[in-house]
Ligand binder design. Structure first.
Ligand code: PMP
Length: 376
């Protein structure tokens, strides 16, 4: 069956040839363990790792030594949140957050280490800033923002939030799981202290890699302890970054694939990617608007659009689409607070998400099936 893949918010697919080649080349030509030996294959691995670090750092305006490879966005967020929080701190997060943010915070609260509250991202950017200003108190030290929701196309004004954090001396953590590789992000210009994202979504790499880019203000404690390739005789993790936060062997082939993804994005241009996704989401939203009984949840001009039908459940719609080879995500999207914010907590949504590989024909195919369901 000819598949139509519209689930890029879950993971990108198909992986472009350059990405698969980079992973294969790393396995063949740099197959040693980086930083763990003096032989040619280990040296080649160290060189490749450093160049991937430089590639990622320069793409996001970070510093190579403070660009940490993790196992995914979830791991990056856990390290940032747990590693930056000090006992008694108050954390502010938006009400579109993913569980990768919410659950680490809830665990810290359950351990009596911090308190938290959310600011409201359901209105305009101005209203969001007002809510943030009203909620920030004397104990607030960390502000977290979901750069783009994983349920709809709402994008948070990270530059304004970053400026506010700088003015107040707060640390700013950005969850860029849905925006990395889709929207421009700059650590210094957006005032970000910890940028967290996966390699397998917008950056188009293989799964198993996340990025955590830290500003020079962020003093982040490790979450994982183990071999780091340096200072093996010390009882604790080394002070130096990135080794301090990179315990254990890194997945170099996947890291090389992420660096290749970044090169591909540079070649294509972030603007061109954004325009392509906006064109597809506009086509999709127009088509949905012409049908009688669907509604769009939240914003729809971007890479992620969620819909609901008056009578047919998201799960039933997902089954019909899957039978026709159309891949979307349905139900709940690991973001319970966001579902409440968007009024979709009853059954979740049908989430359609776009990527570079999609075409107008893909949109036509999904709209045809959705129309049949609507008219049934
Ligand atoms: N934050 C958001 C907004 C996400 O959409 C996701 C992935 N669904 C994550 C964090 C976690 O990413 P990963 O599963 O790749 O660790």
């Amino acid at each position: 069956m000819n598949l139509v893949y519209l689930d890029h918010a879950a993971t990108s697919w198909p992986k472009p040839r350059e990405i698969l080649d980079a992973a294969r080349d790393a396995s063949v030509h740099a197959g040693g363990n980086p930083g763990r030996g003096a032989h040619p294959l280990s040296d080649a691995a160290s060189g490749l790792l450093y160049s991937a670090r430089e590639e990622a750092a320069s793409f996001f305006g970070g510093i190579p030594e403070r660009t940490v490879f993790t196992s995914g966005a979830t791991c990056s967020l856990n390290i940032a949140i747990r590693g930056l929080v000090r006992p008694g701190d108050h954390i502010l997060f938006d009400n579109l957050v993913h569980n990768a943010v919410l659950r680490p915070i809830r665990a810290l609260e359950a351990a009596g280490l911090c308190t938290s509250d959310f600011y409201d991202a359901s209105g305009s950017d101005g209203e969001l800033m007002e809510s943030l200003r009203a909620k920030a108190g004397p104990r607030t030290r960390l502000v977290i923002a979901t750069h783009q929701s994983n349920i709809c196309s709402r994008i948070l004004p990270i530059r304004e939030i970053g400026r506010f954090c700088r003015e107040r001396g707060l640390l700013f953590v950005v969850d860029a799981a849905q925006s990395g590789g889709h929207l421009p992000i700059s650590l210094p210009e957006d005032g970000i202290d910890a940028l967290c994202l996966p390699g397998h979504k917008g950056l188009m790499g293989l799964p198993g890699v996340g990025l955590l880019l830290l500003s020079d203000r962020a003093r982040c404690d490790p979450l994982l302890f183990g071999g780091a390739g340096i200072r093996s005789e010390d009882p604790g993790m080394p002070e130096e970054l990135p080794e301090r936060l990179e315990a254990g062997t890194l997945p170099l082939p996947a890291i090389a694939s992420v660096a290749a993804g970044i090169r591909l994005i540079r070649k294509t241009g972030l603007d061109a990617i954004r325009r392509h996704e906006e064109k597809l989401s506009a086509l999709f939203a127009e088509g949905i608007g012409r049908m009688g009984r669907y509604r769009i949840a939240g914003e729809s001009r971007g890479g992620v659009v969620s819909i609901l039908h008056e009578t047919v459940s998201p799960a039933a719609i997902g089954t019909c689409l899957a039978e026709q080879g159309i891949c979307v995500r349905t139900g709940y999207h690991c973001a319970p607070l966001a579902h409440r914010t968007l009024g979709t907590e009853k059954q979740g949504t049908v989430r359609v998400s776009f990527g570079l590989s999609n075409t107008a024909q893909d949109i036509e195919r999904i709209l045809n099936v959705l129309n049949e369901i609507d008219e049934f």
